[in-house]
Design a protein around this ligand. Structure first.
Ligand SMILES: Cc1cc2nc3c(=O)[nH]c(=O)nc-3n(C[C@H](O)[C@H](O)[C@H](O)COP(=O)(O)OP(=O)(O)OC[C@H]3O[C@@H](n4cnc5c(N)ncnc54)[C@H](O)[C@@H]3O)c2cc1C
Length: 388
């Protein structure tokens, strides 16, 4: 397989040389560095931390930001292709880059003072600091506007109390962006340093999905956060939700990467495996599955490419991003399931990555806004009626 495949509609022709270079180099990097180790990391439920420095070196952290903040002002199609190729390897690797770039660095880049940007962004881009992003809570996932985490202003700091649940990289993060609420002032987000007294983290054990991504809780108990580390405050939850845009965009491309990988494995298998004296790929029922896969992949590729173009012009709406996230994850899920079926019993083994991807897709369906919530977002947008 060449680096552009599958590409049924010559979508390669829509990409410029830089975009192809990003895609090809990340694909090669994943084959060399992720594929050989990821089954073990998944089995051991630990993130392969030796990849952090390597990911920084290939531009995995913050490349969409300007050079003075450690980036190269990478365009959004290139960023999407990077996410696609990383998630072909494993969701844990894509989500690590995505948390660092789309959630932590982007929140600092969007809201932080120039001093904070100078202090944190370069270190995050070099992987010297690992970030977490905490919006979800034990009692408030789909509805973060009801969050319980509180902040109050004291003379010399802010006092934060509450906990954030399901937070990627929480067990070993150096800094965390957390959203909290005050009765008087609404919502605010803060940068919390690992050393902050009253700040602890835990790890969620025995997950069946995102196993190689370490997920946990951020617990703030009378945590005193210096005043200059408040990044933003707003009477509405909208800035918090808007800060998820780039991460949702990354999920859309990442899910596409999983779909492409599962399709190629299934296609190869169908052309090699013989039953009843003929290749299983010669059966109409198998071909129907493969045809569904390549058709849906092609539609997702075009949707993602167009969304990237809109992102580059800063014209992509919250709702358009939402649609791509929901659609691409659903498509990837259906494709991974059918690919698993084409492989028969072999499909459930660790010889092939399909079950790992399938389990990871269970998280993609739920996090960064569930399938249901994104359906409601599109529904509200086209009818003008909120059905939440
Ligand atoms: C592995 C993993 C990593 C994560 N990483 C992070 C992270 O780094 N940072 C972070 O902040 N969060 C993270 N999350 C949290 C994730 O965003 C939430 O799990 C998600 O928003 C759903 O919240 P919930 O799990 O509380 O489910 P709930 O909100 O309790 O939803 C349960 C079910 O009810 C449905 N539902 C809820 N409301 C409605 C409605 N109005 N109409 C129809 N159906 C509805 C949902 O769609 C879902 O099916 C992560 C989650 C996972 C699993």
């Amino acid at each position: 397989m060449n680096n552009k495949s599958p590409d049924y509609y010559d979508i390669d022709a829509l990409l410029n040389e830089e975009q192809k270079l990003v895609r090809d180099s990340i694909r090669d990097w994943v084959k060399e560095n992720v594929s050989p180790i990821i089954e073990d990391s998944n089995f051991n439920a630990s993130f392969p931390k030796e990849l952090i420095k390597l990911l920084a070196d290939v531009g995995g952290f913050g490349s969409i930001f300007p050079e003075k903040y450690g980036g190269i002002s990478l365009d959004y199609i290139s960023y999407g292709l990077m996410m696609q190729e990383l998630e072909r390897g494993d969701s844990s690797v894509r989500v690590f880059c995505s948390i660092q770039t789309s959630l932590v660095m982007n929140t600092i880049y969007t809201f932080g003072s120039d001093e904070l940007k100078q202090t944190y962004l370069n270190k995050l881009s070099r992987g010297e600091l690992v970030g977490s992003f905490g919006l979800s809570e034990p009692n408030h996932g789909s509805d973060p506007s009801s969050m319980d985490m509180t902040y109050i202003e004291l003379d010399d700091c802010y006092l934060l109390n509450g906990s954030k649940m399901w937070i990627g990289n929480a067990p070993f993060c150096d800094i965390a962006v957390v959203w909290a609420r005050s009765k008087e002032d609404g919502y605010a987000c803060f940068l919390v340093e690992r050393e902050t007294p009253g700040f602890t983290t835990s790890k969620i054990e025995r997950k069946w999905s995102f196993r190689a991504s370490e997920t946990g809780e951020l617990i703030l108990h009378d945590a005193k956060v210096p005043k200059n580390l408040m990044l933003h405050k707003s009477c509405s939850i909208k800035p918090a939700l808007k800060s998820l845009n780039i991460a949702r965009y990354a999920v859309a491309w990442g899910a596409l990467g999983i779909a492409m990988e599962c399709y190629e494995i299934a296609l190869n298998y169908a052309n090699e495996r013989t039953q009843f004296g003929k290749k299983i790929g010669s059966n109409q029922l198998i071909q129907k599955k493969l045809v569904y896969m390549i058709t849906e992949i092609t539609k997702c590729q075009l949707l993602s490419w167009r969304l990237g173009k809109l992102m580059d012009k800063d014209k992509a709406t919250f709702e358009q991003i939402s649609m791509a996230k929901r659609n691409n994850v659903e498509v990837a899920y259906n494709i991974a399931r059918q690919a698993r079926q084409i492989l028969g019993g072999m499909g459930i083994t660790g010889e092939y990555p399909i079950m790992r991807h399938l389990f990871n897709l269970e998280t993609l369906i739920t996090y960064q806004g569930t399938d249901e919530i994104h359906t409601l977002i599109t529904g509200r947008d086209i009818t003008g009626i909120s059905a939440f």
